[in-house]
Design a protein around this ligand. Structure first.
Ligand code: AMP
Length: 281
């Protein structure tokens, strides 16, 4: 595994791989690697000749009161994990390298970025789309791997790639969970013991959605209400939202008669956790 830190080096490495006919897979991350990230690497390895894993904690996507400075960082540990997982190139650019002095360009995927998590995180998805567009343009991967856990992000990136005529294949990968159902997340490290015990309620609540749909429920509002009730049964949980939206456009749905994303964001103390499930169609 080689570690590269500048876009110029990264472009050289990618160019060399392409000239050998290698298929390049990109796994963008913010580090603090866990089994969720490594499942994306495994998928990329199974489909590509060269796996590029990027680690970039993108300052622009954190709000002024969010956890940019506290976000877990451990490059030595991440380097070991990446090497063991079979990453070919670890790309760890600096802030200035990704956002050069005087930068003015932002990528806005309108409509999709201001709903769900975008409502309480203004500018977040614009910053995510911008950094991913930059990574795509530096690495020019054949495929890029994203987790289903970050459902809104995945759909925004898919739309962006289509809109920009980027031929990258955007691959969504299933959410990796702990044994009790809690989706793995770098932010789980913020949970106290009591909060950690309460947090699997997210998955328990969402798991009931397909059961209710199978039993004939088609009313989105009623499904959302039942998810809220299960989550609210834990006093540690402070619900930010539970919503049912079109699986592709993220527009609200009234009836579950097409693929529908049921997504939630819930605070447990310092940790803001998200999870989702797709039903219908
Ligand atoms: P992050 O470092 O949190 O920005 O995540 C980097 C990538 O890993 C994103 O595409 C996430 O959706 C994905 N990811 C994070 N957690 C999980 C998980 N538990 N299962 C699968 N993918 C995940």
């Amino acid at each position: 595994m080689r570690t590269v830190t500048t876009p110029a080096q990264m472009k050289d490495e990618a160019r060399r791989a392409r000239s050998k006919g290698q298929r390049i897979g990109l796994v963008p991350t913010m580090g603090a690697l866990h089994k969720g990230h490594l499942s994306l690497v495994a998928r990329a390895r199974s489909e590509c000749d060269l796996v590029v894993l990027s680690i970039f904690v993108n300052r622009l996507q954190f709000g002024p009161t969010e956890d940019f400075t506290k976000y877990p960082r451990d490059l030595d540990r991440d380097t070991g994990c990446a090497r063991t997982a079979g990453v070919g190139i670890l790309f760890v650019p600096s802030d200035d390298a990704i956002h050069p002095a005087g930068h003015r360009t932002l990528v806005r995927v309108s409509g999709m970025q201001d709903v769900l998590c975008g409502r309480t995180r203004p500018g977040h998805f614009e910053a995510v789309a911008t950094v991913v567009a930059k990574l795509f343009s530096i690495v020019r991967p054949d495929s890029a791997y994203f987790g289903e856990k970050d459902a809104q992000q995945l759909r925004i990136i898919r739309r962006m790639a289509r809109d920009l005529h980027d031929e990258v294949e955007v691959v969504g990968c299933p959410t990796v969970r702990d044994r009790d159902g809690l989706a793995l997340s770098s932010r789980n490290s913020y949970l106290t013991h009591a909060e950690r015990r309460a947090a699997p309620v997210l998955y328990r609540a969402l798991r009931e959605v397909p059961e209710r749909v199978r039993a004939g429920e088609t009313d989105a509002a009623s499904l959302v209400r039942s998810v809220r009730e299960v989550i609210a049964s834990r006093p540690e949980a402070e619900i930010e939202y539970v919503e049912a939206v079109d699986d592709e456009t993220l527009e609200p749905v009234i009836a579950i008669n097409r693929p529908t994303l049921v997504a939630t964001a819930v605070r447990f103390g310092r940790a803001r956790l998200i999870d989702n499930i797709v039903v219908g169609g």
